[in-house]
Ligand binder design. Sequence first.
Ligand SMILES: Cc1cc2nc3c(=O)[nH]c(=O)nc-3n(C[C@H](O)[C@H](O)[C@H](O)COP(=O)(O)O)c2cc1C
Ligand code: SF4
Length: 370
Amino acid sequence: MNKIFQPFPIGGLVLRNRFVRSATYDGSAERNGCVSAEQLKICSDLASGGVGLIITGITYVHPSGRISGFQNSLAKDDCIPSFRELTSKVHNFGAKIAAQLFHAGIERVKFIKSKDQSALSPSRIEDDLLDPNSYQVMTEDHISTVVHAFGEAAVRARASGFDAVQIHAAHGYLLSQFLSPLTNRRTDSWGGSLENRLRIHLEIYRQIVASTGGDYPVMIKIGVQDGRPGGLSFEEGRQACRLLAESGYTALEISLGLRGKGYSKSEFRTQITARDREAYFRPWCKEVRPKVNVPIMIVGGLRSFSLMEEIIETGDADLISLSRPLIREPQLITEWQRDPAHKAKCVSCNKCFEALIKREPFGCIQERMD
Ligand SMILES: Cc1cc2nc3c(=O)[nH]c(=O)nc-3n(C[C@H](O)[C@H](O)[C@H](O)COP(=O)(O)O)c2cc1C
Ligand code: SF4
């Protein structure tokens, strides 16, 4: 059998194949953060469609890290029964599921209009458009609260039947903000050197191990370079990957840190019109993988099945992670098993993402227009 469809072990779990649904916010959670009927359907369709591992969308671990009123929450126990229903549906179809644990940091102020200064930031941010009274620079107490919140959320994830958690440390949210020299100007032990800017990532890992007992898989999606001048360099991002793997993280998904201007400087690029525009983070994976002893997930613009096979064969990554193609075709993996020449129908237009920002229902907008 083709290697890509063979079972793959990861931190004590065995995935049925090497396909991962990369974390995808669907704007469909109940207002209290619990799982909705719509979300049960989205994940059931993905699991029945053959993917090995589903990673949920951004799930906040503490109210200060919430970014939307339609986002899932593991900040309290209340939603555990609804998550149990979700994980059990996915397991019934033979897939595994991980919760993506998230804190928005300063990004909260851009999406939730609140005057309560509840957004948190590693440092003061130089941005004329940002009201300096809309957020607080994190104190030691804030950092400790957030680190503990990740630990408690992981305990709830396990109680909910999730097979693993993934820490969101990419795309400009709190942990990206700590890692980037642009947004972390602290002069204490949480800022300055790479080791200091990465300290919170390692503390969160230790906290989760302490609270879950150490045998629970903890993955991380890590932004290895910023999309802005003067931000995190790949040289530092690569070192960060080595330190994260050495600390015990189970797997690394390689992505972008702070976003720059436009989709070309984002994690979800558009205009993937030819094979050589696909897999745009492959060079980073290729560099990181030989330096670490944990599985690497490649994400970003993967569209051709033959290219994915080649990536696995060459060993540039261990797992193939997809978001937009599975919004358009939740059954894509089964389809590829039947017909490897099938072309993913997603045209990478990002209309699905733009619709969510406008509070329109989740799904492939392009398909509705075709
Ligand atoms: C609608 C939408 C929602 C997303 N939500 C998340 C999310 O919750 N967490 C995350 O880490 N990335 C999120 N992403 C980024 C994807 O996981 C992925 O990194 C990116 O889209 C590139 O992969 P693709 O080309 O397979 O779509 C989202 C992307 C889209 C299009
Ligand atoms: S709207 Fe459809 S075609 Fe466009 S990026 Fe989203 S899933 Fe792909």
